[in-house]
Design a protein around this ligand. Structure first.
Ligand SMILES: NC(=O)c1ccc[n+]([C@@H]2O[C@H](COP(=O)([O-])OP(=O)(O)OC[C@H]3O[C@@H](n4cnc5c(N)ncnc54)[C@H](O)[C@@H]3O)[C@@H](O)[C@H]2O)c1
Length: 356
């Protein structure tokens, strides 16, 4: 039997246990340990999972038992970590957003390519059965011409959420509903439609006056494939309701709410359609009402895929290069909101968007 792929998790915060549970539930993966600058957080998770603790990433990377690292640090720290992980010759899965700029993203992709290591991103919502089914129907032409692709994320985060950790209220660290929470659903539109050619965004703070961030985003998107779209995303709306992704074409329409397929209707009804309408019926919470109110299954699919990709020496299911266009859409939204004007893609990096 092949040796298990040894995983280290960088960061022992909120999302790290989801990675740890997914590794424990995998076939062929083994959790070796966590690294965190906070001894208290490190102690808590190493005790909970019965694994090693490392005070720094460098220390973790020296351990020959570590073959792959999940980067679960705040958004502005991903790039620095990924470059070190690649230099150490270890495979890498970074949390979303992959980085804060296109340059950082390109540097990370180049470093991983040069090192010959796998490099994926946990925009795990792509792996939901409803999304994969919609994607298949788009690719087979079942929707006809896709006219509209929207996402509505009416979530709630209590004021305390923004003060749990310093980075959560710091735009320069990658906080703000657009780059932090809505990233997943902007990514789903990009996954389904392909890249955008123009965005027009408005950002506001409706319910978190003590932080200098947008808690609400409205954006119009023109996709290169000719479809148009709306992104509406907020953490202001109590109690928080499941995110919706809505696709309308000339021959059919599909809507996912949370992970459930709530609409699946085509001019050519097929025998398999009734089963597709049941997707997500045993639905899990999908983080609408709290930052840890979700299951680890979606992360599990991405982690299992990394293990399988290493074994088969193939590309991972969500390479960071495939998420770069999502980051570009997000950056364009910040440019657009700052100028109060539509912005055409491609955009250039401009660090001033992270200052408020
Ligand atoms: N995919 C998802 O569904 C999902 C959900 C939540 C968070 N995230 C992402 O995961 C990342 C982490 O988010 P979180 O909510 O767990 O944050 P967090 O603040 O709870 O945890 C981050 C941890 O990193 C540690 N840390 C900071 N600098 C470090 C360093 N240099 N070396 C080692 N450890 C360091 C902190 O002490 C902290 O424990 C973010 O990128 C976030 O966007 C993704």
């Amino acid at each position: 039997m092949a040796k298990a792929l040894g995983f280290g998790i960088l960061g022992a915060g909120l999302v790290s246990p989801f990675h740890a549970k997914a590794i424990n539930a995998s076939t062929g993966g083994k959790l070796i340990g966590f690294a965190d600058v906070s001894a208290e957080r490190l102690g808590k998770l190493t005790a909970e999972f019965g694994v090693k603790g490392y005070a720094t990433l460098d220390e973790m990377l020296k351990d020959p038992a570590i073959d792959a690292v999940c980067v679960c640090t705040p958004n502005h720290l991903h790039c620095e970590a990924v470059l070190k992980i690649a230099a150490a010759g270890k495979h890498c899965l970074t949390e979303k957003p992959p980085a804060m700029s296109l340059k950082e993203t390109d540097d990370m992709i180049a470093a991983c390519k040069k090192a010959g290591v796998k490099f994926g991103c946990t925009v795990q919502c792509r792996m939901r059965k409803a999304i994969q089914t919609i994607k298949g129907a788009i690719e087979s032409g079942r929707f006809g011409k896709v006219l509209q692709a929207d996402t509505y994320m009416k979530w709630y985060r209590a004021p305390e959420y923004y003060h749990m950790d310093a980075w959560r209220s710091s735009r320069q660290s990658g906080a703000g509903v657009t780059v932090q929470h809505a990233f997943h659903y902007i990514d789903l539109l990009q996954f389904l439609m392909g890249p955008a050619k123009r965005v027009h965004a408005k950002m506001s703070n409706l319910a978190h006056p003590d932080v200098k961030l947008e808690d609400t985003l409205q954006a119009f998107v023109d996709f290169k494939n000719g479809a148009q779209g709306v992104v509406q995303a907020s953490t202001a709306f109590w109690p928080g309701i499941d995110v919706r992704v809505e696709i309308c074409g000339t021959n059919g329409a599909a809507i996912m709410a949370g992970e459930k397929m709530v609409t699946w209707k085509f001019k050519d009804e097929r025998p398999e359609d009734e089963a597709i309408r049941q997707i997500g019926n045993a639905a899990q919470a999908t983080a609408a009402s709290g930052p840890a109110a979700f299951g680890f299954q979606d992360h599990g699919v991405v982690i299992q895929d990394l293990i399988d990709a290493v074994a088969a020496n193939r590309e991972v299911c969500i390479p960071v290069s495939a998420v770069r266009p999502t980051l570009e859409m997000v950056l364009a939204m910040y440019h657009s909101a700052a100028r109060n004007a539509a912005v055409d893609l491609p955009v250039q990096d401009d660090p001033s968007i992270w200052k408020m």
